[in-house]
Design a protein around this ligand. Sequence first.
Ligand SMILES: [Fe+2]
Length: 309
Amino acid sequence: MKIQALGYVGFESPRYEEWLTFGPEIFGLQIGDRDPDGTIHLRMDDRHRRLSVHPGEEDRIAYVGWELAGKAAFDEAVAELSHKGYAPYPGTAEECKQREVLRLARFQDPYGFTHEVYYGPTTTVGSFLPGKPMAGSFVSGVDGVGHVVFAVPEFTPELEKFVTGLLGMELDLTLPAGKNRPSGQFYRCNPRTHSLAYVILPGHKGVHHLEIESTHMDDVGRAWDLVQERELPITVTLGRHMPDTLISFYMRTPTGFDIEFGAGGELRDANFVQTTPSNPEAWGHKFVGDGLPATIRPLTPEQQPTAKD
Ligand SMILES: [Fe+2]
């Protein structure tokens, strides 16, 4: 299938209401409408859905939404999912309304994480109003939210088949393990260096972090000051990644996963040539966090990956 972008991400969390202040005050995300069950939708552009936090008993990622160009691409993707044994569940009219898309189909990856492909997201031109004054705007639009990084116990052939063979992603980089750093696999589907990535944590699975980006470094600097003033949990200090050139920091969210907030991420164009970074970091990015994100949990025997044709 041909995925255009990471279109939206949904989480469940007992502390979901903290996002009403956390999202706008730290990053400038806009609070969108609320669902009757209390779900909070946070906006980063004129799309109605980008990051949704639903009430739930435990902190977990609920779904990842992959955007397709239109009906033809969607029909093709659903046929491919069926053909390859992923048993796509067609979103009901009510579910499509909740996600504010024309149609969606839901399926699971080899580790049981829920993914959705969709087309036709609702957009209101000129409606985005940042949750606080921003120097720039969010890097989003047709290239999507940013990137989502899962932790998996092993990067199995089944998972590789899922990411490259089914989702049609292209490998951007493999990062070997280092001090305090698990190995990682980074995949792209558009000019962003990666929209989906995996870190390998034996015996564990879950969501590690979600990256969002501003067009202006001052937004990152101001957020960096603010999290220190408020003594919020920083997990990785300000620094610049070498592979994607992003200047960013990581912090723990009220839902237990990390948000990486950055600026200056490189885009891949037709002239892109793969290089080998001599170090994952150009500077900074010291690990100062206290343990794994709460959204990463030990694997149970039933959660072992299953093979698909
Ligand atoms: Fe990242």
